[in-house]
Design a protein. Structure first.
Length: 203
């Protein structure tokens, strides 16, 4: 079994990997996400993912025989990169702008092989269509606090799922990690997808 280290504190990413038969070790990168500015949304997500991956891969307490995964998600609306809203006021304004429209969720993925020193990186992009939610629905949703903790101020696997009418592309990517892309990156580094499965998954 190839051990995976997840350089992210996202509960949604961890849950997605677990459902896919992978039990990663979580080590939060501590990277300041505000250090990069002025980049196109897709590139911003990728660069932040690479920074997070490198920060954890370089730590002395990370096992030599493992893969380190860094991810970062950015929502693109009208060419702008939207991460986590700063407060409830920003989350409310953003939802009033997004409702009834479509946006693209970019998730950068960076996978580092500690044994070989090689890294494979790429971005997965998924189009998200939002419902024509009312002001009352927006206020109620923001009051739950959920939009404040996620890129784009929405989830598709939580309370915000009812406000997403359609998705074009990989559903898992919107949750925070694209399983098909991760499989591809692991393959590039010489690790078949099934090698990441826990022993309990294997027959």
């Amino acid at each position: 079994m190839t051990r995976l280290v997840l350089a992210s504190q996202s509960p949604a990413r961890l849950a997605t990997l677990r459902r896919a038969g992978i039990e990663p070790v979580v080590i939060v990168s501590g990277v300041d996400e505000t250090q990069l500015d002025g980049l196109p949304p897709a590139e911003l997500g990728l660069r932040l993912a690479e920074l997070k991956c490198a920060a954890v891969a370089g730590r002395a307490d990370v096992p030599d025989e493992c893969l380190v995964l860094g991810c970062d998600s950015v929502l693109e609306l009208d060419g702008r990169a939207l991460g986590k809203p700063g407060d409830a006021v920003e989350a409310t304004a953003r939802w009033r702008e997004m409702r009834g429209r479509s946006a693209v969720l970019h998730t950068g993925h960076s996978l580092h092989d500690r044994a070989s020193g090689e890294t494979a990186s790429a971005t997965a992009s998924t189009t998200v269509h939002f419902a024509h939610v009312t002001d009352e629905e927006i206020d109620a949703y923001v009051a739950t606090g959920e939009p404040l903790h996620v890129a784009g101020a929405f989830t598709v696997d939580g309370l915000g799922g009812a406000f997403v009418t359609a998705i074009e592309g990989d559903h898992h990517n919107v949750v925070g990690v694209s399983l098909p892309l991760l499989r591809e990156l692991a393959g590039r580094l010489g690790h078949p997808w099934f090698s990441l499965w826990t022993d309990t998954v294997r027959p």
